[in-house]
Design a protein around this ligand. Sequence first.
Ligand SMILES: [Zn+2]
Length: 134
Amino acid sequence: MAYKKPGLPDEPVKLKVKKGDTVQVITGKDKGHTGKVLTAIPKENKVIVEGLNMMVKHEKDRQSRKPNSTGANTVIKGGRVEKEAPLNASKVMLVCTACGRPTRVGYAYKEGTEKLSRRKYRVCKHADCGKAID
Ligand SMILES: [Zn+2]
């Protein structure tokens, strides 16, 4: 059996948010902040949100593998590097593009004559909105 990181879902989860979506963080240190999803990681049920959940990585100076024009290896300066850490997808809520409020996500189907031509799309769960989000 392949090694699985502890705490990961057995099956990749279908995320309700995707790259480019605006989400609001509902818990943790960035609670209440909104940001754009840079990367969705369905395998780990996580998302990376622009400017949120920043962590500081301390990196050592290291040598690049490719020599530069003078033939010597370029040194990549280390130090404190701020990076976005992945957030658990359950900690963010999708912000509705129509009403601007964070919402749960529902699904609806576009009408199609044949079953296979039906397209699933996301809708806002607010009773007074209900607009499609995609
Ligand atoms: Zn809405």
